[in-house]
Design a protein around this ligand. Structure first.
Ligand code: DAH
Length: 344
């Protein structure tokens, strides 16, 4: 009899060890039926109680119940642990926020776009520029008209515009829209300088968010970021523009990269150019446009083109981040995948 008692206790002890060593729910299920199922040694011993000596039946019965209870509890507890582990593995694989699963707070950091934006400001401030900003909800006049793009101008189709229904509030500055570029901040800056009488010289950069009616793909986002540059002074030249862009390229990307200007067209500059930046593999990547501020723009902003001249440029911040960090798909910047963000 005491043999049977020992066996029951031994079954509980070894069973417990094996349960806690399982590494998958499948293995645990198999062990569950092996230890506690219909054909298990425990079940068999329980059935054998009938034939046991009545004096010892009670004690053996209690030992068998205890063993069953212990193993049952252990199986449930292990099942929960394995499920939590499986969830954690799944979350890791999907790159979701694991704050909860890991049970501790993560230390965050700035988003790659913010980092790029601030580095760009630093570089331009180092070159003697100040930083301006303007509203993201603009009017037709600031976004187009003042920039030498009157209502029927065909080049307006270059900017797929999102309009805002401003109802009765519609202004004398025309329809309300989400700015399609940071260029309206040029207009606001020049108007302010002219109005307060300080006038030029103006050396500003204007970083900000812009909007286009566009479908996201690897190289376009409908909501993205630009940094505008504007210089208005006496006797500025295309050479000053090219020199400024080259100096920026070296300061931001390092001495090994260089810039080039390709003839292009923008209504607010004449002449206009596209800005490309060289890649380590010898190819060129377009980052934005530039040119000499069109005299009509100066006039719209209350400045005399006989006295003042200037140059301007507008770069895509997201594109600059893409080049600097070798990001293959711009959509990564808005997908909030931890595996991507953790690299910055
Ligand atoms: N605003 C232009 C765009 O979004 C970029 C640009 C081109 C800005 C030439 C400028 C410029 O200041 O001079 O496509």
């Amino acid at each position: 009899m005491s043999d049977k008692l020992d066996e029951a206790r031994e079954l509980a002890r070894t069973g417990l060890e094996r349960i806690n060593r399982t590494t998958s729910v499948e293995a645990l299920d198999a062990l569950d039926s092996e230890l506690l199922g219909k054909r298990s040694r425990l079940t068999e011993m329980r059935a054998g109680l009938r034939d046991a000596d009545p004096r010892e039946r009670k004690e053996l019965g209690r030992a068998l119940n205890e063993a069953r209870h212990t193993l049952d509890e252990a199986v449930s507890a292990r099942r929960e642990e394995l499920a939590a582990e499986a969830l954690r593995t799944e979350l890791l694989a999907e790159g979701r926020d694991l704050t909860e699963a890991l049970g501790r707070a993560r230390v965050g950091h700035q988003h790659p776009i913010t980092l790029t934006w601030e580095r760009l400001e630093d570089v331009f401030v180092g070159m003697g520029f100040t930083v301006e900003d303007g509203p993201e909800v603009e009017t037709d006049w600031f976004n187009f008209e003042a920039l030498n793009l009157p209502a029927a101008h065909p080049a307006r189709s270059l900017w797929d515009t999102l309009y805002v229904d401003a109802g009765e509030e519609s202004t004398e500055r025309g329809e309300v829209l989400l700015r399609t570029h940071t260029s309206p901040v040029q207009v606001r800056t020049m108007l302010r300088a002219a109005a307060v009488g300080t006038g030029p010289p103006i050396y500003v950069v204007c970083p900000g968010r812009v909007y286009r009616r566009d479908t996201a793909d690897a190289t376009h986002l409908p909501v993205f970021h630009q940094i505008e540059g504007l210089v208005v002074d006496r006797g500025t030249s295309m050479g000053d523009l090219a020199g400024t862009i080259e100096e920026f390229t070296k300061a931001y990307f390092g001495e090994s990269l260089t810039s080039r200007l390709r003839p292009s067209y923008f209504p607010f500059t004449e002449p206009s150019a596209e800005v490309d930046i060289s890649q380590p593999d010898g190819s060129w990547l377009e980052v934005g446009g530039c040119g000499m501020v069109h005299p009509n723009v100066l006039v719209h902003c209350g400045l005399d083109p006989e006295e003042w001249s200037g140059f301007a440029f507008g770069f895509g911040i997201d594109r600059l981040a893409k080049i600097r960090h070798g990001i293959s798909d711009l959509r990564e910047l808005v997908a909030n995948d931890m595996r991507f963000l953790e690299q910055f």
